[in-house]
Design a protein around this ligand. Structure first.
Ligand code: ATP
Ligand code: MG
Length: 362
């Protein structure tokens, strides 16, 4: 008996970890097969937690819960947790080979609300967390992503495929690579459809966890093609706080719904300006993003403040999450990226397990 008090067994550790929940998936770490390389050496417990995304927002919660569960076991003298991630894939398999484990669109019914800014910073944010990320600039009318990522590029060909550019850890392809600067781009429906499909089939994307699609404004042919050509894990709708932007965003949102694309949630951009005295000025009104999310019955993902550094980041080719990672807008954009990654993991989990609603889990 005296001996037992000082040694802990693998089974005891496993049972303790089976009481720790993955907060988003609401199942325990053992059932979800997230514990790897578990070793118990005397009182020292070592293991790896394999996340469903490296950009997991609730890593700290899991670590805290695991440590407190193990602290209750007699005989545990030390705990070392390592982290790994295996990004789950979208199980809603489409007709075409998928260019990435997860393809998601950033859209809005309205122009100039910050779709490209959100897409670029989310892509770079996920890449900086350790994910393999591509960005497809599907704005064939006004491709802005190359400038926002500081890329000037003429695509090369390798093995019959167009090679994407690479910037800030993100693979990028854009119509901007194929047309001369300043040239207006006039598209007829079928040509547009063909061009977007070629981005998916003719570009040699690497082994991507996430492909983020930066959509053009509106609810037209491009939205239809992207939704039909790929099995999107979901779409994120960007809106401004004011009333008039909401109506357009709602139209955009409903358009994707009609095409059976799951809506992952709403991001409110340019939510407020932080004044020199620290107070908050609601330049464009307040709460529109939350209202839209509520009215449409989808999650609210987060708000991003107005900050000159965001615009400078876009114009200079160094996104704010890289140039000023500690700034309020960068933190907000990273939180948005993490929340999107978590929602993708949940969507995949639900699809793989045929769960209709998260409330049915555990
Ligand atoms: N939070 C912010 N703070 C300050 N400036 C911002 C913010 N978000 C976006 N901007 C700036 O607003 C402008 C429009 O943003 P962006 O190009 O991302 O919008 P968009 O919705 O993609 O536009 P389009 O419909 O033309 O594609 C850009 O100059 C960008 O730098
Ligand atoms: Mg744009």
């Amino acid at each position: 008996m005296a001996d037992n008090a000082n040694t802990v067994t693998l089974e005891q550790v496993r049972a303790a970890l089976a009481t720790v929940q993955e907060p988003e998936l609401r199942r325990d770490l053992v059932t979800l097969d997230m514990i790897k390389d578990l070793r118990v050496d005397g009182g020292q417990v070592n293991f790896t937690i394999v996340l469903t995304t490296p950009a997991c927002p609730l890593k700290n919660v899991m670590e805290r819960d695991a440590r407190s569960a193990l602290a209750k076991l007699a005989g545990v003298s030390g705990v070392e947790i390592r982290w790994d991630a295996r990004v789950s894939g979208n199980a809603r398999l489409g007709q075409v080979p998928m260019p990435a484990r997860n393809v998601l669109a950033i859209a809005s019914g309205k122009g100039g609300v910050g779709k490209s800014t959100v897409a670029v910073n989310v892509a770079v944010g996920l890449a900086r967390a350790g994910a393999k990320v591509g960005l497809l600039d599907a704005d064939i009318y006004g491709p802005n992503a190359p400038m926002m990522l500081g890329v000037s590029y003429r695509p090369l060909q390798a093995n019959g495929k167009l090679v994407p550019a690479s910037a800030h850890g993100v693979e990028l392809f854009s119509m901007g690579f194929l047309v001369k600067n300043e040239q207006p781009i006039i598209w007829r429906g079928p040509m547009l459809d063909k061009a977007i499909r070629q981005f998916l089939t003719d570009v040699g994307w690497g082994d991507l966890d996430y492909l983020i699609v930066d959509m053009p404004p509106g609810t037209g042919d491009a939205q239809l093609t992207v939704s039909q050509a790929m099995s999107l894990v979901g779409v994120v709708i960007v809106t401004l706080p004011q009333e008039v932007s909401q109506a357009d965003a709602r139209r955009g949102l409903e358009g994707f719904r009609q095409m059976q694309v799951p809506v992952l949630g709403v991001v409110e951009n340019m939510s407020y300006l932080t004044m020199p005295d620290g107070s908050r000025l609601d330049v464009f009104g307040q709460g529109g993003g939350r209202q839209l999310a509520q009215a449409a019955g989808v999650p609210f993902i987060g708000e991003v403040p107005i900050d000159p550094q965001v615009r400078v980041g876009g114009d200079s080719g160094v996104p704010v999450v890289v140039s000023h990672p500690e700034s309020a807008p960068a933190r907000a954009l990273v939180a948005v990226a993490q929340d999107i990654a978590a929602k993708v993991s949940v969507a995949n989990f639900m699809n793989q397990n045929n769960v209709i609603s998260i409330t049915e889990i555990g």
